[in-house]
Design a protein around this ligand. Structure first.
Ligand code: ADP
Length: 237
């Protein structure tokens, strides 16, 4: 049996009630299969954050149904939705969101405190969390910076720590919101190369950006305009 899609939108839409009501995402279908790398590109106000919030289980759609890994999220309570988000989705934001007075390893390990992992019988012990954090940091090339505070790390290194944190617990989906928005061009390129590598290793990635050049790195580019999601190209090999 093949795995269900990671993301399946069936006529998913969101209208903010207002007044006046604002149609932020028009009802539409979207499927992201396991292992895909998809970028979502659109100008400011086009509905990218709305899409991110729904795909990331931060907001529920006002119409349609969203299946994450084949699970219908509409039937979940708030608590179940939060638990599912913690286990299945790793977030990477533009502004890193690291705790300034915690080391890289502590920042990454803390992710496990919030995401209960049934494979380890609930919360992991501190030593296990630390080991998992070290492995995640090694995976992003920061095995030598475990004890560094974020203030002592470059922007690119901070974003790598955030990516390591997002990988903790083995999420189904890495949801990246303008992950290179705070980085210079060279550093941005190295972070995008890291995402390429994670994708090659099998991670499902959805990257949201306003920058068409960054979007075009993915084989599958989805354009969002006035709340309408549409496939825009199939480039690359
Ligand atoms: P983007 O992230 O692409 O800039 P958004 O998803 O934030 O776009 O916004 C899409 C549309 O929804 C815009 O017209 C925006 O003004 C509107 N919008 C966003 N959030 C709200 C809200 N909480 N209430 C009403 N309208 C909103």
């Amino acid at each position: 049996m093949s795995a269900p899609p990671v993301i399946e939108f069936r006529e998913v839409g969101l209208t903010y009630p207002g007044p006046p009501p604002v149609v932020a995402l028009r009802p539409g279908d979207l499927t992201v299969a396991r292992g895909e790398y998809v970028t979502v590109v659109g100008p400011s106000g086009s509905g990218k954050s709305t899409f991110l919030n729904i795909a990331g289980l931060l907001d529920a759609p006002s119409t349609g149904s969203y299946l994450l890994d084949g699970l219908d999220t509409a039937t979940l309570s708030d608590g179940e939705r939060t638990a599912l988000r913690g286990r299945r989705i790793g977030f990477v934001f533009q502004s890193f969101h690291l705790l300034p007075h915690r080391s890289a390893a502590e920042n990454v390990a803390l992710a496990m405190l919030y995401a209960k992992d049934e494979r380890y019988g609930g919360h992991r012990a501190a030593a296990e969390r630390r080991k998992a954090a070290r492995e995640a940091l090694e995976q992003v090339g920061l095995g030598h910076r475990l004890d560094a505070l974020p203030t002592r790390l470059s922007g690119g290194e901070r974003q790598r720590v955030a990516i390591a944190r997002a990988l903790m617990g083995g999420p189904s989906l890495l949801l990246c919101d303008e992950p290179t928005g705070n980085l210079d061009t060279a550093t941005a390129a190295s972070v995008l190369e890291l995402l390429d590598r994670l994708h090659k290793d099998g991670m499902t990635i959805v990257l949201i950006t306003h920058d068409p050049e960054i979007a075009s790195r993915a084989r599958r580019v989805i354009t969002i305009r006035d709340g309408v999601l549409s496939e825009s190209s199939a480039v690359g090999t």
